[in-house]
Design a protein around this ligand. Sequence first.
Ligand code: FAD
Length: 386
Amino acid sequence: MDFRFTDDQLSIQSIARDFAQKRIVPVAAEFDARGEFPLDNIREMGQLGLMGIEVPEEYGGAGMDPVAYVLAMVEIAAADAATSTIMSVNNSLFCNGILKNGNEEQKQTYVRAIASGEAIGAYALTEPQSGSDASNMHTRAVKNENGDWVINGKKSWITSGPVAGYIVLFAVTTPGIGARGVSAFIIDTKLPGFHAGKTEPKLGIRASATCEIEFNEYVCPKANLLGEEGKGFSIAMGVLDAGRIGIASQAVGIARAAYEATLTWSRDRKAFGHPIGTFQMTQSKIADMKCKLDSALLLTLRAAWTKAQTDKNGGRFGTEASMAKLVASEAAMWITHQAVQIHGGMGYSKEMPLERYFRDAKITEIYEGTSEIQRLVIARAETGLR
Ligand SMILES: Cc1cc2nc3c(=O)[nH]c(=O)nc-3n(C[C@H](O)[C@H](O)[C@H](O)COP(=O)(O)OP(=O)(O)OC[C@H]3O[C@@H](n4cnc5c(N)ncnc54)[C@H](O)[C@@H]3O)c2cc1C
C-alpha cells in the first residue's frame, strides 16, 4: 500500500485549490444568497481541465485517474459545494456515462463539449413519482417511421437543468418489463419539444440550478441512443456508482472547510479567560471531527482507487462507492453541525460560511441515492440477499 499521490494527482489538486481560493471563495456567499448559477467560473474550470478530469485528452479532457478527480473535487467543494455539484454532474454523470457507453462520434461531440467547458451537461433519471424507486419511470420514448425516438414525459430535480446544453436521459422504450424496458438517450436541449421549468428554491447548494424538465413530442435522432436499447437502467446505475465517488468527495470538501474554520475559531475565541479549544468538551468534538473527516477521505480514496483498477481490468466498485458516500455524507452533516455549535452565535450568522456549509452538507445524504439506499446496497452486497 502506498499513500503517496503521483505528480499528476498533486498537480490537478494544486490547480483546483488555486482556482477555488482565488476565484470561488470570494464570490461563493453572494452566489448562494442570489441563487445564481456561476457560469463564468464553470467555463473557466472547463478550460483548466476540471470538467473532464478522467476524460482522455483525445476527447478534450485532462486524461487523469479517479484519485485525481477526488483530490480536485475536495478542493472545489471546500470552497463552494454548489460549484462542486455542477462539476460532479459534468464529470461523473455526463462525461463518464458517455465515455463508458457511447460510440466514437458521441464521445467526440458531446464529451468534448462538456469536458472543455463549452457547454453544461445534466443527467435525468428522477421523476415526480420515482426517486429511490428509479425504475418506476413514466417518461416514454417511441420509435417513429424513421427510426428516431419521440419522447414525452417529465423529469424532476435535474441539476443544471435550466442551463444544460446536453442531457443524458432515461426513458421507457418497452413498457411492462420494468428496468429491462429502459433505454438511455443523449438530448440536445436546443431541439423543439424540450422545456426547462422554473429553478427550484432550495435549502443548500443554491447556486446550482435545479429544475423540472419536460419533453413534449421531442424527436431524438436515432444516432443519440446511448448504448443498446433496453440497457438504459444498467447504464444509469453504473453511472451512479461513479457519481457516488464524486458526492463522497464533495462531502469531504464541505466537512474539511467546516473543520478547518473550527480549528482557527477554537484557538482564537476566548470564554472565561481561555481559548474555547482548551475546554475538554470542545476538544472531544474536535477529535471526533478529525477522525470522521479522515475516515471519510480514506474510504473515498479507496473507492476511487478501486474504480481505477476496474477501469483497467474490469470488475466492480459499487459497494466501495456506496460506503464512501454513506460515511462521507454522514460525516459532513455531523461535522458541520458541530462546527456551527463551536462557533456559537457566529455559527448561525451569514457573516461566516458555517451556516452555508451546514445547509449544503444535507444534500449529500439525499441525492445520487439516499443514505437508506446506500445501506441497502451495502447490506445486499454483504449478505448476498435481496
Ligand atoms: C438538489 C437536488 C438535486 C438533484 N439532482 C438530480 C439530478 O441531477 N438528476 C436526477 O435524476 N435526480 C436528481 N435528484 C433527485 C434525487 O436523486 C432524489 O431526490 C433521491 O434519489 C431521493 O428520491 P426521492 O426524492 O424521490 O425520495 P423517495 O425515494 O421518495 O424517498 C423518501 C424517503 O424514503 C426512503 N426510502 C425510499 N425507499 C426506501 C427503501 N427501499 N428502504 C428504506 N428507505 C427508503 C428514502 O431514503 C427517503 O428517506 C436531485 C435531488 C435534489 C434534492
